[in-house]
Design a protein around this ligand. Structure first.
Ligand SMILES: *Cc1c(COP(=O)(O)O)cnc(C)c1O
Length: 396
């Protein structure tokens, strides 16, 4: 069997970051609002907004902070109900709790996407929706935006894992009232930690900027219509969720890598997906027709296997060198909604529960070669074969 690639490490930070970091270390100018203009954080906001084709961006300490600020900037009152898909990361309902709002979970189907019938059934009873494009899988955004607009319900996009994904040719994270992205190390742009919020709404960005900690007249350093700010001065709390110049200096040169990472991530994902689809025990849900994905990981579902076989498969793959987690079977998985005990008793969501009990998660970084990808697919297919003791279809 060929050597397996390192599937965990991030890509090196581009050398272009070094000069700027050296300059920051030398000057000690790490705070975004010290310089009167052109701080690395301000430049990142400008460049990211331009790349995404949006008017305004606000860089913050994490995507969770961006989600929290979105809810606050939308003016949602205490106990407002915010719908999220039940398949997401625990930080997403947590951001809603942090904003004094109440998460409402909706069902997700076997394709990892929002069950639109359940979404619509719950919609009259919520004040906002936060569409978490979990692992970059996009739900039917046309229907979601239409149904929400008809009720005047704002749509926040959690695009933490969707940077570069397109819906109908338009970048995911630019479709709703606000889009939020993550720069945590496992995402497409790696700042260690960090996040960014995007919107075309001048009043909303003004509130978010102040809430994020632009105290006194620091909002004047944002290229936003200043009328929008003056009326919010001193009217909003300062949560201090700003980004440091060091993080921005690490992230900015990676914007030049984004097209390559998106293209190679998709190439790798689709290559392995095609190989895995030869197994009768594996279902790799297809992208929706309007969706063009930018994956940096692979999800596939085991079909026709009992719990013991699923667990045995994970163990065999692990001994062969590939780490796979089944969301609903690994202990304390933060993406299994019944582990979100901080929300109280878990709701009854049988479709999502069933999906999570068979859905496998495997890292597949964009830097892997197709040869690396073949080796990974080989392990997965051999592990299944070993457990089910039935040879998978021979290579075509
Ligand atoms: C990573 C991630 C988050 C959280 O991002 P942070 O920057 O770590 O707060 C939220 N939602 C999804 C879908 C994610 O993948």
């Amino acid at each position: 069997m060929p050597d397996l690639p390192n599937m965990h490490d991030a890509e090196p930070i581009p050398d272009a970051a070094r000069g700027e970091i050296e300059r920051l270390l030398h000057s000690g100018d790490l705070f975004r609002y010290t310089a009167s203009e052109g701080s690395p954080v301000a430049l990142l906001e400008e460049e990211f907004a331009a790349w995404m084709g949006k008017r305004f961006a606000l860089a913050v300490s994490s995507c969770s902070a961006a989600l929290f600020l979105s809810l606050k900037a939308l003016g949602l009152p205490r106990d407002a109900r915010v719908m999220i898909p039940a398949f997401t990361f625990a930080a997403v309902p947590s951001s809603i709790v942090h904003a004094d709002c109440v998460p409402v979970l909706c069902e997700v189907d076997d394709s990892y996407r929002i069950d639109m019938a359940d979404f619509e059934a719950r919609l009259d009873d919520v004040d906002a929706v936060m569409i978490s494009h979990m692992r970059g899988h996009t739900s039917d955004m046309d229907a979601i935006l239409r149904l929400a607009a008809a009720r005047d319900i704002p749509v926040i996009e959690d695009a933490a894992h969707s940077l570069g994904t397109r819906w109908n040719g338009q970048l995911v994270g630019t479709l709703g009232a606000v889009g939020c992205f993550s720069f945590q190390s496992y995402k497409m742009l790696n700042g260690g930690e960090g996040g960014i919020l995007l919107t075309d709404d001048a009043d909303l960005i003004a509130r978010a900027v102040i809430l994020s900690g632009a105290y006194e007249h620091n909002w004047k350093k944002h290229p936003v219509l200043h009328e929008a700010f003056a009326k919010w001065q001193n009217k909003l709390p300062l949560y201090n969720l700003r980004m440091s110049n060091l993080s921005a200096a690490v992230i900015r040169p990676q914007l030049d890598e984004l097209d390559r990472r998106v293209a190679n991530g998709r190439r790798n994902h689709d290559h392995v997906a095609d190989l895995l689809r030869r197994s009768p025990w594996i279902d790799v849900p297809s992208a929706l027709p309007k969706e063009e994905r930018a994956p940096d990981s692979l999800q596939f579902s085991l079909t026709g296997m009992d719990d013991a076989s699923v667990d045995a498969f994970v163990e065999v793959a692990r001994t062969m060198g590939v780490t796979i987690q089944v969301f609903g079977r690994s202990t304390d998985n933060a993406r299994a909604f019944w582990n979100w005990e901080f929300l109280g008793p878990a709701p009854d969501l049988p479709k999502t529960r069933q999906m999570l009990s068979r859905a496998c998660d495997c890292r597949l970084p964009a830097r892997l070669t197709l040869e690396d990808c073949d080796a990974v697919a080989d392990v997965i297919l051999s592990a299944i074969d070993h457990v089910m003791q039935q040879p998978v279809q021979a290579t075509a």
